[in-house]
Design a binder for this molecule. Structure first.
Ligand code: HEM
Length: 397
């Protein structure tokens, strides 16, 4: 693509849409994908590329027999029922309204602590010092990872998800494999320690999963050791970068839209609709994937069985047929039927937790500081699938 998006005549936009190739993304797209989403939606909403394969087959060329292959083909998100249903049921207790209510005071205390530190320094990195610290601690709690052992979690998660990019460099691949190896070894040790304790810990998802696994040496096992380990790894990955990006992207949106910042500051009760709008405008997860299991028709195009389909979540969330004035941030937008958490049986299991984290983090940040400004150049994550910042210096007053 890249060079093919020339300034906006209808013909050039159509040509850009037709020439779009997920395997050839340039910096411009990674910084701002919305200008190409628009012609894709208008001219080629079911865009054909030459990929067509089973997910397990599709991962072979990039991952071969590596630990990345083992991980990504064992986590629930890349599996169908009945395995998917089994794991999803086991995770359910961690995400009930009761479990989430119990987490809320912890999230609040954590955010307060981070904001205290930020208030002392006045200048800090929105991502490293704030947005990324929140989900890592929460998932660390859910998995029962002791506080002083959480250091590597963020790096592992970034490396494993980085390996899901449409095009994978050798370096990304190797970083991903090493991260799975280290994380897996760490979890084996953590599980052994947990097994030596008499009782599982209330509300800790790791204990629930262990009790349902081969580790607990029960018969009629519902989870093998590998399944247990890879779903724990997936939980961290699913809940970490996405939530970090939601918090970072939301505050960036407010900085870029001072009227919205003022409105939310003056009307903190608009936080619910505001967070939905942040999720829509800058979805942390821009792309999904599915494989057609039978011949289908979608948006007027035939999709033969076996086709690999990329789902443009970020493009759907700016669709003018669904959202009036889609490129405008409207923190009161209602209805707001965005697809940031996807839909169907794989819809995000952690959406209520993610919403809660974002509301507490953004609400408390606005309440604490009269001004929040950018304080230098930011660094984007540079990914097509996960949209967010790696670094974003801010100054608060
Ligand atoms: C803003 C934050 C988040 C966003 C935008 C997000 C988005 C998504 C999306 C789009 C999917 C579907 C993926 C697919 O079908 O291909 C998904 C699945 C999932 N998410 Fe999230 N997520 C977020 C936070 C979280 C959190 C905090 C957790 C848990 C701690 C979590 C756990 C999961 C799980 C377990 C799945 C797999 C569900 C399944 O396959 O049945 N997510 N998420």
């Amino acid at each position: 693509m890249g060079d093919t998006i020339s300034p906006e005549t209808p013909a050039s936009l159509r040509a850009a849409a037709l020439a779009f190739d997920l395997r050839k993304l340039d910096r411009r797209f990674l910084e701002d994908p919305y200008p190409i989403y628009r012609p894709l939606r208008e001219h080629d909403p079911v865009h054909r590329m030459c990929w067509s394969s089973d997910k397990k087959i599709d991962f072979r060329p990039n991952f071969a027999d590596s630990l990345l292959y083992e991980h990504h083909t064992t986590s629930l998100v890349f599996n169908d029922p009945p395995y998917h249903t089994r794991v999803r049921k086991l995770l359910a207790p961690a995400f009930t309204p009761r479990a989430l209510k119990a987490l809320q005071p912890r999230i609040e205390a954590l955010v307060d602590r981070l904001l205290d530190r930020a208030a002392e320094r006045r200048r800090f990195d929105l991502i490293d010092d704030f947005a990324a610290a929140i989900p890592v601690q929460l998932i660390g709690d859910m998995l029962g990872v002791p506080s002083d052992e959480r250091g590597p979690l963020r790096g592992w998660s970034l490396a494993i998800l980085g390996a899901l990019e449409p095009v994978l460099s050798r370096e990304q691949f190797e970083r991903g494999v090493t991260a799975v190896a280290e994380f897996k070894a760490y979890l084996v040790d953590l599980v052994r320690r947990r097994l030596n304790e008499a009782e599982g810990k209330e509300g800790e998802i790791l204990s629930t999963l262990i009790a349902a696994s081969d580790f607990a040496a029960r018969q009629g096992e519902r989870l093998s050791e590998l399944e247990l380990l890879h779903n724990c790894i997936f939980l961290l990955n699913a809940g970490h970068e996405t939530t970090t990006n939601l918090i970072g992207n939301s505050i960036d949106l407010l900085i870029r839209n001072p009227d919205a910042m003022r409105e939310l500051r003056d009307n903190p009760d608009r936080i619910d609709t505001a967070v939905e709008e942040f999720l829509r405008m800058e979805s942390s997860n821009q792309l999904g994937n599915r494989r057609a299991t039978r011949d289908a028709r979608l948006g007027g195009a035939d999709i033969p069985a076996g086709s690999y389909v990329h789902i443009g979540i970020g493009a759907a969330n700016r669709d003018p047929a669904q959202f009036e004035n889609p490129d405008r941030l409207d923190i009161r937008r209602q209805p707001n039927r965005h697809l940031a958490f996807a839909t169907g049986i794989h819809a995000c299991a952690g959406m209520s937790l993610a919403r809660m984290e974002a509301k507490v983090a953004i609400g408390k940040t606005l309440a604490r500081f009269a001004t929040i400004e950018r304080d230098g150049a930011f660094v984007r994550g540079g990914r097509a699938r996960f949209r967010g910042f790696l670094h974003y210096p801010v100054r608060v007053g």
